[in-house]
Design a protein around this ligand. Structure first.
Ligand code: ZN
Length: 372
């Protein structure tokens, strides 16, 4: 049986249907899993995404390029190939792409998480013959604490900083993570401010019907914003930049799955890190693969080699699929943050990092046992 999807120079291509999924070059028809820039690149003629993500996609792509939508579970056909989109639980509008042709079903998961998130629809397992999975955190050391536990930790940190008259600066991806964190924390503690890159997506989320607490932009040329009481949510690129000066004395922390790794926390040089990711942790990845019932699994970005080996050990046919997706990066902004005037993030940097499917942080031996 021929493969329904294959990797070409332009990206993941369905020859029977004549469309690409998350292409990295300009193509006639792009089906997009979600709006992070390693998956949603501008320049294609026509886009298809899940309806809840349309405004976020528009804010990423800009202009007037046609963006078609499907509701979750609704299907369309391209040259007799049936395509439907199903919630991936990653960010607002994120979708798994189900492709069916001549009795074969493939699912491209894009990025996904299985943990609950108040700002997007929960991940839904889709039965298939072949499952294409990410593996950003595809090592057993990655196990996320419950979101309530993390929210309580962030609230406690915010309060403790207030007691010392410090503004709390929480570094997080501008698309998805920032909005999720705003929805997780206790807004009665103090005012919440967002960096320009964050506010752009906050508006897209609100316009899409997602409920978020009050979040204020940081006015240009403002001084002493936050008064030592506020929580500021900003992309990681602001770390060490002059942008932070308007807040006076600050305490800076990063919210990322990579905060699991002591060596990365140290390298970033922050007093604090919160383990919160919009990707599945290792048990989440394993459960998601199992729930699809797929006999064949193709593993893309992250710890792809190790995760494919793990799946083979469980009797599945599993291989690495080399793509240019990058997922969450330990020391960089998601490219979703790029393009904003205030942001220092560089979109091009993601492509080089993503070209190595096994690119990832070196894990301190001391960290390996940390959460086991
Ligand atoms: Zn993503």
């Amino acid at each position: 049986m021929t493969d329904l999807l294959e990797v070409t120079d332009a990206g993941l291509y369905c020859p029977a249907g004549g469309f690409w999924v998350d292409p990295w070059r300009s193509v006639p028809r792009a089906v997009i899993t979600h709006a992070h820039a390693d998956h949603a690149r501008s320049g294609s003629d026509r886009y298809l995404c899940a309806a809840p993500g349309k405004l976020v996609m528009r804010s990423r792509l800009g202009g007037s390029v046609p963006i078609d939508t499907l509701r979750y579970g609704e299907s369309t056909t391209f040259n007799g190939v049936t395509v439907s989109l199903h919630p991936a639980g990653h960010v607002l509008g994120s979708a798994q792409v189900r492709v069916e042709h001549e009795g074969q079903v493939w699912v491209v998961s894009g990025d996904y998480k299985t943990a609950p998130d108040p700002t997007c629809a929960p991940f839904e397992p889709v039965r298939c013959d072949v499952f294409i999975t990410e593996s950003t955190f595809g090592l057993p050391i990655y196990r996320w604490p419950a979101p309530d536990t993390i929210a309580a930790e962030i609230n406690a940190w915010w309060r403790a900083n207030q007691a010392e008259g410090k503004t709390s600066v929480l570094l997080a991806y501008a698309l998805g993570k920032a909005q999720r964190l705003a929805a997780m924390v206790d807004p009665s503690i103090g005012p919440i401010h967002g960096h320009g890159a964050v506010m752009k997506l906050v508006r897209a989320y609100r316009d899409s019907g997602v409920r978020l607490p009050p979040i204020d932009a940081v006015p240009a040329r403002a001084k002493h914003v936050g008064q030592g009481r506020a929580l500021v949510i900003a992309p990681p690129s602001v770390a060490g930049s002059g942008w932070l000066r308007v807040f006076g004395e600050v305490a800076v922390a990063q919210a990322s799955g990579w905060m699991t790794v002591r060596g990365i926390r140290r390298r970033r040089g922050f007093g604090k890190g919160f383990v919160v990711s919009d990707h599945a942790d290792f048990p989440g990845l394993v459960a998601a693969v199992e729930a699809t019932g797929a006999r064949r699994v193709l593993v893309t970005h992250g710890s792809s080699e190790a995760f494919a080996r793990f799946l083979r050990g469980r009797g599945l046919e599993a291989d690495v699929l080399a793509t240019r997706f990058t997922g969450e990066q330990p020391d960089r902004d998601d490219a979703g943050d790029a393009g904003d005037d205030d942001s220092v993030g560089a979109e091009g940097a993601h492509e080089t990092e993503g070209s190595d499917p096994d690119a990832g942080p070196a894990v301190d031996p001391a960290d390996r046992g940390e959460l086991s």
